[in-house]
Design a binder for this molecule. Sequence first.
Ligand SMILES: C[S@@+](CC[C@H](N)C(=O)[O-])C[C@H]1O[C@@H](n2cnc3c(N)ncnc32)[C@H](O)[C@@H]1O
Length: 249
Amino acid sequence: MTRKQTVADAFGAAASTYDSSAQAQSRAADGVVDLVMGRTLPQNPCVLEVGCGTGLLTRKLLPKVGGDWLVTDLSPAMVKAAEATTSATNATFRVMDGEHPDVPTGLFDLVVSNLAAQWFGDLGRALNQLQACLSPGGVLVLSTLGRGSFKEWRAAHEQLGLSCGVPLYPIAEELAALLPACAQVTSEQVIIGHADGHEFVDSLKRIGAGTPNSGHVPLNPGALRKVLRAMGAPVAITYDILYAVVEAQ
Ligand SMILES: C[S@@+](CC[C@H](N)C(=O)[O-])C[C@H]1O[C@@H](n2cnc3c(N)ncnc32)[C@H](O)[C@@H]1O
């Protein structure tokens, strides 16, 4: 099975539990909404959403900007969940790999994505593909995870000399380097509290985000117990959210 299929299956299996544990995703979606609402969009914009999940961002943003939406995700179960929870007649839902958007180029006034791009295999190539979807003057607004995300989890592994399955997410400058010079990249630290490390790991499973970095060998149960103990209780987990706004040239 490819990593992409593993990621899609993990999110699909979590479609019914996602919303109850998606606090950081909800906060990042608010950040994306604020950035979009700070722009001037055409009347009835043509909008593409990539990595919609259960439709958290869709439900917050669609009523504000209107227009015609194509709402997509890699996971068929997530697309189904988003469609079931979004009461809009101006949205079409479809399974699509956001790294390979099979949509006409130059069509969309707005391309949005909330905390999906950290799952892309080749972020730079994917960002180019998404910009190619923009109409002249169109805008891409997305959030993704930055290097400081889960730093407490990483530190607990390092303290014990164990390898951590969290990918090396980009710092803001690295994300900016993948985008045209006109792009604005900002960051926000969102801290989510959990009773202990177990609850943190469970929360990742409940949103379907438990797939480790490619090639990571999962810890044996004893090593995992040590990491969870090293984290102490309660735990505060950092989500280092990077936001990018790119206007089509
Ligand atoms: C953390 S969830 C975020 C979902 C939603 N945007 C939100 O704000 O709650 C990540 C989503 O990205 C999707 N995803 C992962 N890789 C993707 C890809 N290559 N193309 C499209 N969606 C992808 C997953 O299936 C999952 O639904």
